[in-house]
Design a protein around this ligand. Structure first.
Ligand code: ADP
Length: 296
């Protein structure tokens, strides 16, 4: 089993010709609500891109968005028994503007995600105990992420951390992470310095992570693995919307790893999935299924 611990949001997506300037009002294009949140996106990507059962640990509010999001996860076959519905709390939302170049600009109101406590992680221990891989991000409280990493690591699980959105981490956390998957900005933030990608990955590995995979958008992935450093080019596609590119990559990578693939093959599957994802709009609406990937 793969257990994903993290955020669940409803994305409120507006397409615009260009980003508004401060104080400016633009007329946008079509408005859509699309299931999102890094945790939920990664859980959906794991479920669609592999055959290993997936369970999600997270929180929604007792509102219409929460009900829709819980149902969306379950529709993808994800175990939602530990997706708590918190009374009197708003479900997390992300207000997203996507411009004509496919670049996005996002503001998040965490809502119920901010109330994912270490106690709720402990309540999910029976699930975590059955997992081979536990996947986390930083859209839920850091204390909870730290606790969950310690629990999963203590149980001998493979821990995958996507340190997004960019933040610094307390000392000791990286040593409990088997696969750290930052993008370039997040890698620099973790180091507290504007370091080039290759030395950044090496430095993060030296800080104790088993393996570091820095995603580079259209430039692919730079990996610092146990057997050395490798560059994996991205698949060439015409991107229309990069929302959830990293989440799709991570889900594909984790699903392949759970099925027994080596890291290089898992990176390949993740990149092929993310490349399809960026040719489509939205977060969970863009994540492909395993049978859509071209055979290698
Ligand atoms: P994030 O969405 O977390 O910022 P990236 O932008 O680094 O992550 O993208 C994650 C992965 O998605 C990349 O490593 C790559 O495999 C794929 N990807 C992203 N943008 C493109 C693109 N324009 N063309 C092809 N693949 C892409």
């Amino acid at each position: 089993m793969i257990v994903v611990i993290g955020s669940i949001n409803m994305d409120l997506v507006l397409r615009v010709a260009r980003m508004p300037l401060p104080g400016e009002t633009l007329t946008g294009g079509a408005f859509r609500t699309i299931p999102g949140g890094k945790g939920a996106n990664q859980a959906v990507a794991c479920a669609r891109l592999g055959r290993t059962p997936v369970a999600m640990v997270g929180c929604v509010g007792d509102d219409a968005f929460g009900a829709t999001l819980r149902t969306a996860l379950a529709t993808d076959g994800i175990d939602v028994s530990h997706v708590s519905v918190l009374p009197g709390v708003a479900t997390g939302v992300a207000s997203i503007l996507v411009d004509a170049q496919g670049q996005n600009s996002i503001v998040i109101a965490g809502g119920a995600n901010d109330l994912l406590t270490p106690a709720l992680v402990d309540a999910a221990l029976p699930l975590i105990a059955r997992a081979s891989i536990v996947v986390l991000q930083l859209e839920t409280p850091l204390d909870t992420v730290r606790h969950a990493i310690a629990v999963a690591h203590g149980l001998g699980k493979t821990v995958v951390l996507n340190p997004a959105p960019a933040a610094t981490l307390p000392a000791g956390v990286l040593a409990q992470v088997d696969y750290l998957v930052p993008n370039e900005i997040e890698a620099a933030m973790l180091l507290g310095a504007d370091t080039a990608v290759q030395p950044a990955a090496a430095a993060l590995r030296a800080a104790g992570c088993g393996n570091v995979l820095v995603t580079l958008g259209a430039k692919g992935v730079h990996a610092s693995l146990a057997d050395g450093s490798h560059d994996f080019p991205a698949c060439a596609v015409d991107a229309v919307d990069t929302t959830a590119a990293g989440d799709t990559f991570i889900g594909g990578f984790v699903a392949a790893l759970a099925a027994g693939a080596d890291p290089a093959s898992a990176i390949d599957l993740g990149q092929r999935a993310a490349a399809i994802g960026v040719t489509r709009h939205g977060a969970q609406t863009s994540i492909p299924y395993l049978n859509e990937l071209e055979p290698t």
